[in-house]
Design a protein around this ligand. Structure first.
Ligand SMILES: Nc1ncnc2c1ncn2[C@@H]1O[C@H](COP(=O)(O)OP(=O)(O)OP(=O)(O)O)[C@@H](O)[C@H]1O
Ligand SMILES: [Mg+2]
Length: 334
């Protein structure tokens, strides 16, 4: 397998949750491919299904339907969602997830050394203790933790340092893919930048592929090669980052972009507010799910669900009017 080939082929993932007598359609028929070594961003408002999708891909949830075709380092193609427990144990190491909240995701009763070591113990119970500790030290140093402090407990560390602990824990098993779910969202802006730069350096050093989930469009724009936009459990637009941000083809994307603050006031887009609340995923609207909030909505949009198509090379969108609307995006010229 060489750089740029598909490492993940996510096909028709669907996740329904039964909840209080109704069915919540958290993710509905999402498909995309991820290239080895790239960062793929996933954006969308709160509740649109980003976390659920990420958890389905790492098989923390068993999705209702769909496939996650994974190309192993030996070049073998496997359906990550179908493999048995034993094979799963082998490949789970290769696909790791980093979570949102650096305060609640680390066990407060374990030392940082033990937290980072735990995945090694679980996967390599016969590894000599010294080797294990050496690996932990190495990885802790790589993520910028002071290795003299590893016998301390998580509460002694700041938010940014805790996120580094989470990253070290994910990296210690030598994964190939990391799903980062709001990995920097809880951090102050200056600390965010440090952690993002760290992720970027680690990506280069270890040839990592990132699936970067965030509701923060500026962060996603900065870090991603390609970006997918989700709305109410569906992928509504997907394109290389610059294309998506400069030339959005879905009205939902246009709205999201218009709300991103930019440093230069002259370049600030006119805000296109999203009217109303995000609809209930247990009872989604007819036709295009976005039609209830879309300022370009027509009768057709109310009745007929748009297909998700490659409207331009590498640019996928689900909107009846994608080709006729000239939507506004970021201007990149200096
Ligand atoms: N375990 C669950 N049981 C029932 N409904 C759930 C469950 N997990 C998520 N949901 C619902 O599925 C939808 C998608 O939730 P999800 O957490 O994936 O969204 P998200 O895009 O990650 O949001 P956020 O930006 O707030 O993290 C929401 O309506 C949520 O309430
Ligand atoms: Mg989430």
């Amino acid at each position: 397998m060489s750089k740029g080939d598909n490492i993940l082929d996510v096909k028709n993932i669907k996740m329904d949750f039964p909840s209080k007598g109704v069915t919540v359609h958290a993710v509905g028929d999402v498909s995309f491919k991820v290239n080895e070594g790239e960062t793929m961003g996933i954006v969308g408002e709160s509740g649109c299904g980003k976390t659920t999708l990420g958890r389905c891909i790492v098989r923390a949830y068993e999705p209702t339907a769909g496939q996650v075709m994974y190309t192993t380092s030996e070049g073998e193609l496997i359906d990550f969602l179908k493999i048995d427990k034993k094979t799963m144990k082998e490949y789970r190491k290769e696909i790791q997830m980093i979570f949102q909240d650096p305060y609640s995701s680390l066990d407060p009763r374990m030392t940082v050394l033990d937290i980072i070591k735990e995945p090694l113990l679980a996967n390599y119970p016969h590894m000599p203790k010294e080797e294990m500790e050496r690996k932990v030290m190495d990885i802790a140093a790589k993520v910028g933790l002071n290795t003299a402090y590893l016998k301390r407990y998580p509460h002694a560390f700041s938010g940014g340092q805790r996120q580094r602990i989470g990253i070290a824990r994910a990296l210690v098993l030598n994964p190939r893919i990391i799903v980062c779910d709001e990995a920097v969202s809880a951090l102050d802006v200056s600390i965010q930048a440090q952690v993002i730069n760290l992720l970027h350096d680690l990506q280069k050093e270890f040839d990592l592929t990132f699936l970067f989930i965030s509701h923060d469009l500026s962060v996603v724009e900065y870090i991603s090669d390609r970006v997918g936009v989700m709305y109410l459990g569906k992928m509504v637009e997907f394109a290389p980052t610059k294309k998506l941000f400069s030339h959005p083809m879905h009205p939902y994307t246009e709205s999201l972009l218009s709300a991103v603050p930019v440093a230069d006031p002259a370049k600030q887009m006119e805000r296109i507010p999203l009217e109303g609340e995000i609809p209930n995923p247990a009872n989604p609207p007819s036709g295009c799910y976005f039609h209830t909030r879309c300022r370009y909505c027509t009768q057709r949009c109310e009745k007929e669900a748009p297909e998700y198509v490659e409207a331009e090379p590498e640019h996928y969108v689900a909107c009846h009017r994608a080709k006729e609307l000239a939507l506004k995006g970021f201007s990149y010229d200096e």
